[in-house]
Design a protein around this ligand. Sequence first.
Ligand code: FAD
Length: 491
Amino acid sequence: MPDYDVAIIGAGPGGYVAAIRAAQLGLSTAVIEKDKVGGLCLNWGCIPSKALLYSAEVANLFKRAPELGITFNDLKLDMRVAVDRSREIVGRFVNGVETLLKQNNVALIQGTGRISGPNTVEVEPGSETVQAKNVIVATGGMTRSLPNVAIDGDRVISSREALELLVPPSSIIIVGGGATGVEFAYFYRTYGVEVTVVEFLDHLLPSEDEDISRQLERSFSDAGINVRTGTRVEAISVDEQGAMVAVAAGEKKEELRSERVLIGVGFGPASEKLGLAEAGVELERGWIKVDDFCRTNVPTIWAVGDVTGRLLLAHVASHQGVTAVEKIAGQNPPPLDYDRMPRAVYCQPQVAGLGLTEAQARERGYDPVSGRFPFRANGKAMALGETDGFVKIVADKGTGEVLGYHMIGHGVTELLGETSLGGVLETTHVELAYATHAHPTLSEALKEAALAVRGEAIHFYRGGRSEREAIPTAMERDAKAGTASVERSAE
Ligand code: FAD
């Protein structure tokens, strides 16, 4: 008789959320964790970085204070206090998760887990054997570096060391213009550091809509961040004075110097030494292959979170965890749809998105149309003095369904809730435009961008309405289909 219904290896946002949901569903559950609960996200990712970024945001607000009629004599930024505060928040959150696991009667087993059979996990040290009807692998990812570049934790650091740097360096080169790279670029620039971001691809945040990336590059240049896109790092060497980064952009080669280098080129899977190959679990370049319910090819073994290599985000890991245990419990959760999962980047201006970029929509065979609304025409943004950025909606010309929401600006990550619901409900731009949005709020920009798809934004004049005739309204579509619509109730 197995000890548990579910044994989960790893207590990050994938593992601990799966454990709590499993317990709610009446499954006896154990989580095996070799470090602190909360994983990368709580300890060395989302939470401490967002705490630091908030310090930077407040610092920037202080820098703008005279414009709001507030003056003071001396502004001092102490990074040490910001780091201490972030670590204190982490500690509180970790305790909170431990308490939740206890309250839900989840057994927390401290140690390193290794699969030794389809229903068995060996835990070291202590040589404990855990038997379970189902095993979920939620072991996360591992920091990657460039070939031949060692992260020494001093001159060349990863995000982990960056989160504990107590004194700002005079200069830093950040290798990688993804989410981690741009968040640290904004943070260090606020603390007066000379920042260079080197990105191999043509744009910062290369997986976001190109319009968003271009706007971020403009905003970063205005903030004094040196952005080098389309630039390859060829070598990194260190000496007493700092680091030297050899870069090449096309034929042009250059040597850049800085006090430190931060490597932010992404994560690889933490799937080694887990006994996966011996158990017959299929991997793809180390990532665990799963279906839309997080099942591997071995019926009793499941995998959730970063180790599956889908969208490497905490809320995606948690959502996968919930889906997996609901399936285990015999429920009927909807299959995972990664196009409906939000993405958030917390530099300033913030970047937030859900769904397809215009280019991806075209690649998938849609005929996309788009609408844009700038924050400089949004009342709340003007009141805050935060007018940088815009909202862009990408919709299918035929059906009107919103395929992608793309936002850059102050506070846009808080607008993602509406887009998630819009995704689940397969909302059209017409329905979004009919929803009344409170005034003045930043969310009005979403409504206006939806209106702009048909050239009908109220607070921004764009001239001709050429798209209007081409795109049927929901009412016209429903009249054809003989169904009711949101528009009709507005008549
Ligand atoms: P992890 O959080 O990595 O947890 C895996 C756990 O498994 C760890 O606790 C590990 O100790 C444990 N483990 C591994 N192997 C074993 C073993 N053999 N036995 C026992 N235990 C084991 N995502 C967002 O959504 N929003 C953000 O703002 C955000 N910010 C980030 C900022 C930074 C600087 C970084 C680096 C990442 C950020 N992320 C963010 C990404 C996010 O942290 C990850 O996507 C998330 O933590 C993945 O969750 P997970 O449960 O899959 O894995």
